[in-house]
Design a protein around this ligand. Sequence first.
Ligand code: HEC
Ligand code: HEC
Length: 218
Amino acid sequence: MIKIQAGAGLAALVLTLGVARAEGDPAAGQQLVMQGDGKGGAPCLACHGVDGAGNDAAGFPRLAGLDAGYLARQLRDYRDGRRSDPVMAPNAANLSDQQIDDVAAYYQGQSAQPTPAAADENLLALGEKLVKQGDWDNYIAPCETCHGPDSQGVGSTFPALAGQHAGYLRKQLEAWQSGARSNDENQLMLAIAARLNPKQIQAVAAYLSHQSMKEGAQ
Ligand code: HEC
Ligand code: HEC
């Protein structure tokens, strides 16, 4: 029953929020990635790579293949102070809306393959169960209810999680738990993150980092 309601809510959200898509120029975006914005922001490649692969050990998220509308919204949130991070926010501080749409279009078009760290089989199995079936005893909906089949993302609202770095995934779930990340106006992740215990966070992060982004999933 709960599952059906969650699904209906999801469809309504996708209809209302998933339609806006950024009109960016990937070639102009690539120039920003390589050279920076000329106003003090570091070239994105320094941390996220030209191919958007990011770096797990350094805490730089993967951007390759993520929906441009999602990326652009996050960049505006860093720029305008709705999402904070001392390492990332200064690099978004001086970007124009056009530069944001351009760089978002560029990274959406990249397809770096993940290279996850080895993880324990039991941990991966627990993660898979949570992602695909949830934990209804504790009111945790399957992540795929919102993040889509095989965690490939749904429109601009629900980002792909497949192939994202485990360290970054853990950090975001902990940021919702602590209130450090609160930029989603619908606050859909707050309730979910609050119900996950530390073992479950480890497990979903490990499992998702072992999945792949499928070509053309967006
Ligand atoms: C000095 C390193 C650094 C540079 C340079 C940098 N970033 Fe980041 N970026 C980060 C870190 C660290 C995070 C994760 C911050 C957090 O946890 O909120 C991040 C997060 C992001 C996110 C959010 C991803 C998500 O899945 O929500 C986007 C989008 C992004 N960066 C885009 C860019 C773009 C575009 C540029 C160039 C204009 C850039 N970054 C330059 C370090 C950097
Ligand atoms: C009810 C819908 C819903 C469910 C269920 C859900 N999420 Fe999310 N999730 C969202 C939305 C919406 C966002 C984007 C938030 C934003 O725009 O800031 C998000 C974002 C995320 C992000 C940030 C990705 C990034 O690139 O920064 C992570 C990590 C995440 N979710 C993990 C999970 C995990 C793990 C589960 C299952 C335990 C889950 N989510 C279940 C709606 C959901």
